[in-house]
Design a protein around this ligand. Structure first.
Ligand code: NAI
Length: 550
């Protein structure tokens, strides 16, 4: 909570209290700030004008990112006022695609600590380390071990940019108040040779441990969180595929945890599928899905799509029989000996097939979903094959960053002659083709996880379930107006993201109450209940009652 027990320079050094040039005369008097700040009392709008002016003088998005992070380190309210004033403009700067470069250069652009760094050398003392965090009521920890950052692989400590950025989106997109959020890096070393030899690298210079050692450390961390922050939900982010799935299986029925790569991605892609089916006039269970990539994102999505088809009336086995997967070693089929337990439900009876086009020609999918990290994998042959088989081929090229997208929007629309129903992991500009304008959607999980976060925050949910992500997917899908659907847009407009997430959070909250998972009393009106919890980027009164000031 914001409090005004600090005075003078300490107020200016606390980003949650600092108002920069907006302190009133009374506040300056009371807090001992006379002379420490310019003798003006600016409005928040005027401050925002200065930020925009300074941003306009930066030449690259990475410079704008560094500027904004620096602003956050000094004046949290002004940072969120800036980002929330124009989400469509600022989300790509504070998150992807700029975050890719920010992570790659994390040790080089580092200015100031944010969040917590917990290394395996602290084994046995994790609880004590967590107690060093200055805020006692933490509701979300976003944690990575840097194992698989975006599509960039093992970035070790450079991956810390991701939890920092993800948690900013909880606030910027869904209004979760920032003081409850804790970004965390679990340092288990790295196998990234480049960083191991970089003198400015900020992590442990050791190769990664065995899975057993890693999991026992994560066990200690998860148990310590329950004690130190009992209302906290742990959000796992950007672990390697098998760790992501296995750690989720390990904790999901015991604690309030979720994995955004597995469940959040699945939620937003499911929203896209729901709308693709709407455009085609079909149901999810009428479609046949072929994934390129069977890692954490692919497996999470396959599972959620199957759950959604079960809700439409299929048996689980029937639903799984409509999902095929293809990975680095070819089609998943029942003679393969290299599969993880969680991949086997999608390994059907089929001849070994190392060629993706051959798999399309044999399986006849209605939708292909790229989560492979392989840029350009949906080449012209792939798109043409899908377009020959389908009146409206669904083509989702979800890998990021930009150069990892399986195909661009322009390629998908051009090669399919405008037939493709397309979405990508990043935002491509509109495509003009034969007098028609297509609006490619960004299947970005920031439509889903902040809203799920807000629902958990408001209801104090004890668990995070797949049903919550299915409900979020339907809520997101329902918010796309039909005229935009006609132009191919599968997701709501980013410019209105806060309102969209409030509506989604309200629907998920209702489900949390219906499922008996809430720890607060059920409200009569779910939307106004959520609105009451939404953070507003406005300065709080900085003067404490007289008796509280030292
Ligand atoms: P992962 O590393 O767990 O899985 C990658 C999968 O791709 C593996 O099954 C691997 O065998 C397969 N693969 C690699 N090279 C291949 C090739 N040449 N041909 C066929 N398959 C190949 O990664 P994860 O977590 O599943 O993420 C995959 C991608 O999805 C990443 O680029 C990530 O950034 C992106 N993603 C996008 C999200 C979004 O919101 N759009 C959210 C989460 C992930």
């Amino acid at each position: 909570m914001k409090q005004a027990l600090k005075r003078g320079i300490e107020v200016l050094q606390d980003p949650a209290l600092n108002k920069s040039t907006a302190f009133t005369e009374a506040e300056k008097q009371e807090l001992g700030l006379i002379g420490l700040v310019p003798d003006v009392a600016e409005t928040e709008d005027l401050q925002l004008q200065r930020v925009m002016l300074q941003l306009a003088q930066k030449n690259t998005d990475l410079e704008r990112y560094i500027y904004l992070v620096n602003l956050l380190d000094h004046d949290e309210t002004l940072f969120y006022r800036t980002v929330m004033s124009d989400p469509a403009r600022f989300l790509p700067i504070v998150y992807d695609p700029t975050i890719d470069e920010a992570c790659l250069k994390f040790g080089h652009i580092y200015r100031q600590p944010r969040g917590m760094y917990l290394s395996m050398t602290r084994r046995g003392k994790v609880k004590d380390v967590l107690k060093n965090w200055p805020y006692k009521d933490v509701r979300f920890i976003c944690v990575t071990d840097g194992g698989r950052i975006l599509g960039l692989g093992d970035l070790g400590a450079n991956g810390m940019g991701i939890p920092i950025g993800k948690l900013q989106l909880y606030t910027a997109c869904a209004g979760v108040p920032p003081q409850y959020l804790l970004p965390m890096y679990l340092d288990a070393g790295t196998n990234n040779e480049q960083y191991l030899h970089d003198p400015l690298y900020l992590g442990m210079r050791k190769p990664r441990p065995s899975t057993e050692e890693l999991y026992s450390f994560v066990d200690e961390f998860v148990a310590a969180v329950q004690e130190v922050f009992p209302k906290c939900c742990i959000h796992f982010e950007d672990w390697t595929g098998s760790d992501a799935v296995h750690l989720l299986q390990r904790y999901r029925d015991k604690y309030c945890v979720y994995n955004d790569d597995v469940q959040g991605t699945a939620g937003i892609v499911l929203a896209g599928m729901i709308n693709a089916a709407k455009i085609k006039g079909t149901k999810l269970s009428d479609e046949k899905y072929l994934f390129l990539g069977a890692g954490s994102a692919g497996i999470g999505l396959a599972g959620l799509i199957c759950s959604a088809m079960v809700k439409e009336g299929l048996q689980l086995k029937e639903a799984q029989s409509r999902v095929y997967m293809f990975d680095i070693n070819g089609l998943l089929e029942d003679t393969r000996k290299d599969l993880f337990d969680f991949q086997k439900p999608y390994a059907h009876h089929h001849a070994p097939t190392p060629d993706f086009v051959a798999a399309i020609e044999s399986i006849h999918p209605t939708a292909i979903i790229g989560v492979s990290t392989v840029g350009g994998a949906f080449n012209q042959k792939v798109v043409e094959s899908m377009s020959r088989i389908n009146e409206r081929p669904v083509i989702f090229a979800l890998s990021n960053p930009t150069d990892r997208a399986e195909c661009t929007a322009e390629q998908a629309y051009t090669w399919s002659k405008g037939k493709a129903i397309y979405a990508a992991g990043i935002q491509f500009p509109p495509v003009r083709l034969q007098a028609q304008t297509f609006l490619p959607g960004q299947a970005n999980n920031f439509y889903v996880f902040p809203a799920i976060g807000m629902a958990i925050f408001a209801t104090q949910a004890t668990r995070v379930t797949d049903e919550m992500f299915i409900e979020a997917a339907h809520a997101v899908a329902d918010q796309v107006p039909s005229e935009l659907l006609q132009q191919g847009l599968l997701f709501p407009l980013q410019s209105n993201i806060l309102e969209s997430e409030i509506q989604t959070a309200a629907r998920v909250s209702k489900l949390v109450f219906d499922s008996g998972l809430a720890r607060v009393e059920r409200p009569s009106d779910m939307v106004s209940f959520i609105r009451r919890h939404v953070y507003k980027p406005e300065y709080a009164l900085a003067i404490a009652p007289k008796s509280k000031v030292a």
